[in-house]
Structures are given as structure tokens and as C-alpha cells.
Design a binder for this molecule. Structure first.
Ligand code: HEC
Length: 556
């Protein structure tokens, strides 16, 4: 199969590689290749416990201790951590899974389980195969908060890098490309968070003058949130496959009305309204592998028709969040599609085709082409209301140590190349691809705002309200979900990027909403989505505590 390489767009007119949406539908199907390059002989290794209930029960306990923190209580996966209850694992021979978990793949974030006795490794495989091959249950496994907290006494990371121990609302940070250390793969850590119930004394912390309230709770995987022109707020409950609508704010800071707009969607994340302006006719939704749209009129809280299929986009494993936005002139639909892997080479990995890109389409889903490339996992998209430029919020790569590679938020240059997987942050070559693509040196764009590495930057928005002090108008707020590849961890906060009413970023950012981390092992909250509510407060979704927080300015 011929692979369209992202770097071929450099200097070439974008139309040269324009593909029709239909052209790649079937080529995205799963390969019959061995599971994670497991030797063929592993397919014949028989699982001594296959199908045994007692072994699955032991395997479950092993899973909860060794795998749950990353793969989730329901083996549902998250971010670039794959689900195990569905997908390739369920199709793979037991022997190949056993081989893979024994080896691990640390460069891609999967630790080796070789320290477990062989028997337990087979038992955990037995457990995985026993999982009902269906959507995970809404309930989260109840995990007790640890009795005693432990805060690392390790020295602070070298400035400008930081970690959760030093996050504080209002603190300014600025990371420059010249601050990057040498890659240190050997120091790369596996430090997935344990999500625990919110401790009684914990509450999100905002800068002086702001108050934080709990707007809604008891949600099921609340992710991206976006405000409609009429002020209703649309929420993607990604794992549940729902879009919900929240209307209004009571004097107690709760929604006046909540409805389910649509159900049965496949991993919905991005939501946007079209055409732009006060009277949209459609709600567009970015599913895992498609963009769909629902008919819409202002005030609809329940969809009045079935979703209409607009475009296929690459689905499959790996990064799963697809945001959707329109250019200010309404002519381009942007869709973010993250990579399948951490740093696999698209030259030799067909599954990476059309991934790690921002794709562009006509609003009717035709005319797909690559708008910007080499962006490992672009999650949040937003169009700058002053400049009209597209901006994105990006998760950079893992496995090079605590202080590499900075995540970033940047305006996106049409046809721009941002490095993945061969280069990062300008002319830094990834040591896993030494010597490849020397012609790209000097052509990799340095992003506008470098963030703490492994912050896992998700949704971003330009603050459009009038409630916060005037200097906040037009500033970027972004949710930093936090990831597993840093110890002590960083992220787990909302940040503000001051734009000083210019529409451009100088490079620095500030901690804005913090306090979601309990200690080295545990967190209780993980920010995902941010939007300006109609009264000018800021709503923040949190898929750790399954709730929505509301930050308002009181001046006190
Ligand atoms: C620190 C986080 C972490 C822990 C702990 C962890 N994994 Fe993983 N696992 C990952 C990541 C990340 C990947 C994806 C690697 C890649 O991109 O190729 C993965 C991949 C896998 C896969 C392949 C799935 C697929 O669809 O390709 C299996 C199977 C798996 N893990 C099983 C386990 C088991 C069993 C345990 C516990 C013994 C475990 N993992 C513990 C992070 C983790």
C-alpha cells in the first residue's frame, strides 16, 4: 500500500495529496499482522488456565494491582492506553498476549510484567479473555482513598520544569526550546495515577478573587464541553457514547435543566455548531472514526433527527479524541486525529496513515486533505476570534525522561510540519529515529507555548465572557489531564495563557486551577474540558471525579 507521508506536504500544494473521504475507508481495517510483532511460535503456546473461572478470579486481582492504574477499572483504556476488553487483545492468541506483557514495550509506555510469576501472567490473560466483550459498565470500581498520603521528598525538577508539588494558581511559567535537556530514555517512568474519591478536605484551587463551585456531578466520563450560540452547554460523555446538554445556572450554581441530546455514539469527543453565527442548523460531533451531524435549532435539548454521516476519519487503537471546528469563514472543517502509537515511523507503519495530523474537509465532508502534519496528538482545537487562526492543544511523546518532550499549545500554520515522529520542538531529533529525514532539520516549527512535558493537554478555549477581569478577555484556558510518564507527576490542572488582547502568545502560561492531586500515587480529579458559560464563568469538566466545576470571579 502506498503511504502518504506527512512530510511530503512540505512545499507541495496541499491539493496534490488531497484524498476523497471514501478512498481510505477500507484501508484502515485492522491488519492480520502478529499481535505487537509477537513471534509466530507464540500463537501455539497454550494457556494452561484457559477458560478457568478460578484462574480468572486470581487474574483479576493481579490486574487490579498491576494494570488497572493505566488500563482502567473496566479495562476500557484512556488516551493512548488501549482498551483490553475490546479490540486487538480480544482477537489475539493467549500465547502472544503472554509474550507481549512479558516483554512490555517501555518506549510506548507499556511496562514489562516479567517480574510477575509465569502463573500470574497466564491468569491475567485468562481474566482479560473472560471480560464481557461489551461496553463497560457505568459504575467505577470503588477504590478506597489511601490511609496515609506520601509526598515525594525528591528535589524540585530543574527550572523551568515543575511537578504537582509546586503548582499554584497564578504562578507564571515559561519553557523555551533552549531549556530542553538531553533525552534520557533510561529514566522514563511508569507512573499512572490511581484515581481515588475526592478526600473530604480537597477542592479545586483558583487564584485570589475567584470562587470554585461544583456545577454537576455523577456524570459518566465527562470530556469535551462546548457552549452553543444560545448559551446551552453541550457535553460529550465519551465512554458512554452520549451528548448531554446543560442549560442555565441556578442561584446555587447548578444547572437549571439537563437533557440527553443523543446516545449510542462511538466515542464522541468534539462538538461544534454550523453555520457559525447566532442560528446554527447543525451540531457536528467528532466520533472515534467518523464525523456526524445532527439537525439543530436554537433551544433543542434533544436531537430531532438521526445523525447524518459526514466523513470517515481514521479510527483504530491509539489516541482517540477527535475535535471538530470550523474556520471563521465557514469554509473549512478542521478535525484533529492523534497518532496510533507513541513514535512509530509512518514510513513503515501503514496504520499511521492520516494520523498525527489536523485534517481539513469541506463542511459537507468532502475534499479531505492534511492541513498540518507531524502533530503527535492534537486534542483540543479552537479558532482564535481575533486572528482567525486555528489553534491546537497537543500531547507530545513519551519515553525520553521526565522533562521531555514538552506538550504544547500553538497556532497552526497551514501546511506546517511540527516534527513527529522524527523531530521535536524544532531541530531536536528523536533518538529513536536517529539519522532519518535529515532534510527536515530546520523545517520543524517550534510551537508558540511549550508546556510541562506529560501534562496531557486536552481541550482549550478562548475566554469570551465578561465576568473575569478585563485582562482575561480572549485569553486561552486549557485543561491538563496529566499522564503516566512522569514521576513526580505534572499536569492535573487548568492553565491560562495570557494573550494580552493581541490574539498572539508570547510563550508563557500560568497555573490557574490546581489541587486535584492527593499525593505521589493518587489523584482525585483530571480536567478534560473548558468552556465559557453564558454568565462568563468558566466550566471545567473532570473525568476523575466525574463532575463539572464552575470557576467564577467574585473579587473577594
Ligand atoms: C504504566 C501504564 C501501563 C501499565 C501499568 C500496564 N500497561 Fe498495558 N499498555 C500500556 C500502554 C501505553 C500500551 C500501548 C502501547 C503501544 O502504544 O503500543 C499498553 C498495551 C497493552 C496491551 C496491548 C493492547 C493493544 O490493543 O495493542 C496489552 C495486552 C496490555 N497492555 C496488557 C497489560 C497488562 C495485562 C498489564 C498489567 C500486568 C498492563 N498492560 C499494565 C500501558 C500500561
Amino acid at each position: 500500500m502506498k503511504i502518504v507521508r506527512p512530510f511530503t506536504i512540505l512545499g507541495a500544494p496541499l491539493t496534490v495529496i488531497a484524498l476523497s473521504a471514501g478512498a481510505f475507508g477500507s484501508s484502515l481495517q485492522a491488519q492480520t499482522a502478529p499481535f505487537h510483532k509477537a513471534p509466530a511460535s507464540t500463537q501455539q503456546d497454550t494457556n494452561p488456565y484457559a477458560g478457568q473461572v478460578a484462574a480468572a478470579t486470581v487474574g483479576r486481582a493481579v490486574y487490579e494491582q498491576k494494570c488497572l492504574a493505566c488500563h482502567g477499572a473496566n479495562a476500557q483504556g484512556a488516551g493512548n492506553i488501549p482498551a483490553l476488553r475490546v479490540g486487538p487483545t480480544q482477537a489475539a492468541p493467549d500465547g502472544s498476549i503472554f509474550w507481549y506483557i512479558t516483554q512490555g514495550d517501555l518506549g510506548n509506555g507499556m511496562p514489562s510484567a516479567s517480574s510477575l510469576p509465569e502463573q500470574q501472567r497466564w491468569q491475567v490473560v485468562t481474566y482479560l479473555k473472560s471480560l464481557p466483550n461489551a461496553a463497560p459498565q457505568p459504575s467505577k470500581a470503588v477504590i478506597a482513598a489511601p490511609a496515609a498520603t506520601s509526598i515525594s521528598t525528591a528535589p524540585p525538577p530543574p527550572a523551568p520544569f515543575t511537578d504537582y508539588r509546586y503548582e499554584k494558581p497564578g504562578l507564571s511559567r515559561w519553557i523555551k526550546a533552549s531549556d530542553l535537556p538531553e533525552p534520557a530514555p533510561a529514566t522514563s517512568s511508569s507512573n499512572g495515577p490511581r484515581v481515588v474519591p475526592r478526600p473530604a478536605n480537597a477542592w479545586p484551587q483558583a487564584p485570589k478573587g475567584f470562587a470554585v463551585g461544583l456545577y454537576a456531578e455523577g456524570l459518566h466520563n465527562p470530556r469535551l464541553i462546548r457552549t452553543a450560540p444560545n448559551g446551552d452547554m453541550f457535553l460529550a460523555e465519551t465512554e458512554a457514547g452520549n451528548i448531554k446538554v446543560f442549560r442555565g445556572i441556578t442561584k446555587d450554581g447548578k444547572p437549571e435543566k439537563v437533557e440527553t441530546f443523543a446516545t449510542g455514539l462511538n466515542g464522541p469527543f468534539g462538538i461544534t455548531f454550523y453555520p457559525l453565527g447566532p442560528n446554527p442548523q447543525w451540531v457536528y460531533v467528532g466520533n472515534l472514526n467518523s464525523v456526524v451531524r445532527f439537525p439543530y435549532h436554537n433551544g433543542d435539548m434533544v436531537a430531532t433527527g438521526k445523525p447524518q454521516h459526514i466523513a470517515d476519519i481514521p479510527g483504530g487503537t491509539g489516541h482517540t479524541t477527535r475535535d471538530v471546528q470550523f474556520s471563521l469563514d465557514g469554509k473549512i472543517m478542521f478535525v484533529s486525529v492523534g497518532s496510533r502509537s507513541n513514535v512509530d515511523d509512518p514510513d513503515t507503519t501503514p496504520e499511521e496513515k492520516n494520523r498525527a495530523n489536523i485534517l481539513a474537509f469541506n463542511p459537507d465532508g468532502t475534499g479531505m486533505h492534511i492541513y498540518a502534519a507531524g502533530i503527535r496528538n492534537p486534542v483540543g482545537l479552537a479558532v482564535n476570534p481575533i486572528t482567525g487562526e486555528l489553534w491546537c492543544s497537543v500531547n507530545e511523546r513519551d519515553g525520553l525522561g521526565n522533562n521531555l518532550v514538552p506538550d504544547y499549545i500553538t497556532h497552526v500554520q497551514p501546511g506546517g510540519f511540527y516534527g513527529w515522529p522524527w523531530w521535536y520542538t524544532g531541530s531536536h531529533q528523536d533518538p529513536r529515529h536517529l539519522g532519518k529525514h535529515p532534510e527536515l532539520k530546520g523545517k520543524v516549527i517550534v510551537p508558540d507555548v511549550l508546556l510541562q512535558p506529560h501534562n496531557a493537554s486536552l481541550q482549550m478555549t478562548f475566554y469570551s465572557g465578561n465576568q473575569f477581569p478585563a485582562e482575561y478577555k480572549g485569553d486561552i484556558f486549557a485543561a491538563e489531564h496529566g499522564s503516566w510518564n512522569r514521576n513526580p507527576r505534572a499536569g492535573y490542572e487548568v492553565i491560562r495563557i495570557p494573550l494580552h488582547q493581541t490574539g498572539h502568545a508570547a510563550g508563557g502560561y500560568e497555573d490557574f486551577l490546581t489541587g486535584f492531586v492527593v499525593d505521589d500515587a493518587s489523584v482525585w480529579g483530571r480536567p478534560v474540558g473548558v468552556t465559557t458559560a453564558p454568565d462568563g464563568s468558566l466550566l471545567v469538566t473532570d473525568d476523575g471525579s466525574e463532575s463539572i466545576w464552575r470557576v467564577s470571579y467574585t473579587g473577594k
